[in-house]
Design a binder for this molecule. Sequence first.
Ligand code: 13P
Length: 251
Amino acid sequence: MRRKLIAGNWKMNNTPEEARALLAELLPLIKGASCDVAVCPPAVCLETVYKAVSGAISLGAQNMHWEAKGAFTGELSAAMLLAVGAAYVILGHSERREYFGETDETVNRKTRAAIASGLIPIVCVGESKQQRLNGYTNAYVAYQTKIALTGLSAEQVRSIVIAYEPIWAIGTGLVATDEQANETIGVIRAALREAYGGAADDARILYGGSMNAANARGLLNQPEIDGGLIGGASLKAADFAKIITDASNIA
Ligand code: 13P
């Protein structure tokens, strides 16, 4: 049985002071949650968040470099993220692919480096609106998934998290239907099964894209959907808490 994971991707929002205020509101609302919870704040807030949640929530970063150190201005290594308490790292988010030139190959390098260091990658995949309209969704997400995980062993794949985030649903208010999300996540799991056998049944695959307090329950009730990667709604304590409560009631 896969344990549900609700992860908040704060993107480029919240200073350390704002982060503390949001968590002070959130923490009392999610006492007794029985799903896994993570927040992924901007790098400048990682240490603040780690201290503020004192173990109640896991910490995730939004990106990292694949090299251990060196002349990579503006980048952070896996060891640096671990040193401030991160357990997860989001890799290959579509915003990074679109605005910062990330490719399936760099996402693969990062994924291998994260796993090797002991961080749990949350690898993002997802099709554009045009790809869905043209009927390429299944082939594309299966391809993205396989490239991102190239070089990993089945054992390593067991602990990985994948986030299926259709690009057309991110920040648009257009959410995939429960059935669409479940079906595409099933395709991703089938691609994992083909490459890694039974490890596919342990890897968690989240849905992300305009998931909110009102629609989370239906999505989380789908058999293939192991949780959510939540953007906008993770910035509002009551909304994020509601999603965590819904996941806990299903788990
Ligand atoms: P929204 O929930 O704001 O659509 O963002 C989803 C996302 O990109 C999470 O990584």
